[in-house]
Design a protein around this ligand. Sequence first.
Ligand code: 2P0
Length: 330
Amino acid sequence: MIPTKSTAIAHSNTALIKYWGKRDEKLIIPMNNSISFTTDALTTTTTVDFSEEFTEDSFLLNGLEQTGKPLKRVVEHLNLIREISKTKVKAKVHSQNNFPTAAGLASSASGFAALTSAAINAVDLKLDNKELSMISRRGSGSSCRSFFGGYVEWIAMDEMNESYAVQLADENWFDIRDIVVVLKAPERKMNTREAMKLSIKTSPFFKSRLETIDTSLAQIRLAIKEKDFISLGSTAEMDCLSMHSVAITSNPSQIFWTPDTVKVMHFVENLREEKIDAYYTIDTGANLHILTTPNFEREIIKQLEEKIRPEKIISSKPGPGIKIVNEHLF
Ligand code: 2P0
């Protein structure tokens, strides 16, 4: 069958136990399992069109033609999919995020999940979400967790040496909120991929983090199973601090926080003193995710607007997995 056009919508995900460090750089096999939940509010829609008419691949992101590194990563991923599907046809890719890409929110997770799903569907391969997650992982590790809704674990490596995502619970199981606090911040000096590599090589804390991670993973799995928000939030916050301790003690040091980030960390601690159940987690940027339960959502947003006045606040509940849709972007 001749490859054709297909469109997918993928939701981003927020890591509760972080992926930090690879044991295989090329295949993107992580050092440790990670657990995330899929965010309802943050999505990428991607249309992939394979056609004999195209002489090369092209990639449009939020209406802007991409060149250099972003284009190269997409072309490499399309090459992998062409290899799997035994086609040589070039593709046109259009991708649209429903959130500000420049705000430093994780767009590679939803981006590569949507690209993988749309491209695989366009070449007419019938794969399940586990198989899709294995392919998507090669484009961007965290994207493998976006194929499933709700709470998801990325198995670093199973007994067959395979690495893929599995669903722990669906999006209707345990209703929590992720209030994304977008802060003004200078552009990151180093990308995540390079920062992880540096941490393995230079941080004296990298090994200690791996020694305790199984306990954290078990705590989060149990917290999800028992719908125990305090355990989920406090374990996620601790793991965030563990990941950042490793990054900070890398050489050169990787400090992703700004003074405003620390201000929001203290703001969250103060919320807890007011008996508001809230915890934070931070990825490789200045922005924070405040985790809370639905009943505290409005009060936290109100206090954020009064005391912090961030650039943007995006509140999200657990969201669904990947979806193929009939409306194309072009
Ligand atoms: C995570 N992050 O678990 C961690 C926490 C950032 C901090 O996964 O090199 O863009 O493409 O596999 O997937 C971001 O890493 O990295 C990430 P690559 P990716 O969400």
